[in-house]
Ligand binder design. Structure first.
Ligand code: SER
Length: 314
């Protein structure tokens, strides 16, 4: 039976992925690693520790006989620019620790990369799987470095590590993270709390996005796929929808005609957004292991509003 460790279990992805894994493998087999942020009413098996502490991770792996790790702990793009040293330390030292343990204890690993691994010199439309990778944020630098480390540990030691380049992820379970695409989560809080939102990106800032249920389903599908189907050991392009703030506002207005969105672009966030692709070609993932998204803009908008209303007791 699999024993699964999830790092960053209470973050943007973990908050939604942990319940999916618990349902699939049973609560007793999923170990949620939390450090600073731990959800108060968490229903599951909690372990505490910092991904930078290799001995702590090794102890957990041995004690609970871990077989698989979903290594999600990391800083996002905006948070990374506030503290580049910390971003490098958490994102890279944490990943190296997990990869070393994976080699020594034969663990299977999932690790998320991001569209941030691309940069201003990358083709912006339908960005190919294999293309120019010159990221300019520290977050992107850690994602590109991480992709190469994953591929190295696979080639050199046969570590079965698999990865996806997540686009902007939209969900309501976790509070919005310190990222650039996160306006697309904040906007729903603004809508439901105040009927208005001031957007930190320009209205035409098109970015690749995905509803969180698609992301968690794709993540599990990648991990379930037979090893011989995995042709990419850096990280797979992984796409669903793409839209601009103005297009999201128009979609929300179909349901809440009085909603008001103003634009007050933040120079750092807007600059980051301009360095990223607008749409992603993920045909390799679709061909290799059958990736297919389910949520379009309108379905995502409806589910976000219903879910957040429930969460906020509105
Ligand atoms: N949501 C992330 C960010 O904007 C993208 O990987 O930082």
């Amino acid at each position: 039976m699999k024993k699964i460790l999830v790092t960053g279990a209470f973050g943007l992805v973990g908050s939604d992925l942990v319940p999916v894994l618990q349902k699939k493998y049973g609560k007793a087999h999923v170990f949620a690693l939390g450090n600073k942020t731990i959800t108060k009413d968490f229903d599951g098996t909690l372990v505490r520790g910092d991904v930078r502490a290799k001995e702590t991770l090794a102890r957990i792996v041995k004690q609970y006989k871990i077989t698989d790790v979903y290594h999600l702990a990391g800083l996002l793009s905006v948070g990374g620019e506030k503290n580049p040293d910390l971003a490098w330390d958490v994102n890279i030292s944490g990943l190296r620790n997990v990869l070393e343990l994976a080699r020594d204890y034969k663990l299977k690993v999932f690790w998320p990369s991001s569209i941030a691994a691309f940069g201003p010199t990358t083709p912006k439309q339908k960005t190919p799987q294999h293309t120019i990778l010159e990221p300019t944020t520290i977050y992107g630098v850690t994602k590109l470095t991480g992709e190469l480390l994953c591929q190295y540990y696979f080639n050199r030691w046969g570590v079965d590590v698999r990865s996806l380049r997540y686009p902007g992820l939209i969900g309501y379970q976790a509070p919005p993270g310190d990222g650039t695409t996160e306006y697309s989560v904040h906007i729903f809080y603004g809508l439901l709390k105040d009927g208005r939102y001031s957007c930190f990106l320009k209205k035409d800032a098109r970015l690749p996005m995905m509803y969180i249920d698609d992301a968690t389903r794709g993540t599990v599908a990648l991990m379930d796929a037979p090893g011989k189907k995995i042709s990419v050991r850096t990280s797979y392009n992984f796409a669903a929808i793409n839209f601009t703030p103005a297009e999201l506002v128009a979609e929300i207005k179909k349901l809440y005609s009085k909603f008001v969105c103003t634009y007050d672009p933040d120079p750092v966030k807007q600059h980051i957004a301009e360095g990223w692709p607008q749409s992603i070609d993920d045909r390799v993932a679709r061909k290799d292991w059958g990736w297919k998204h389910e949520y379009n803009l309108s379905k995502m908008t409806k589910v976000m509003i219903a879910g957040l209303k429930k969460k906020l007791n509105l």
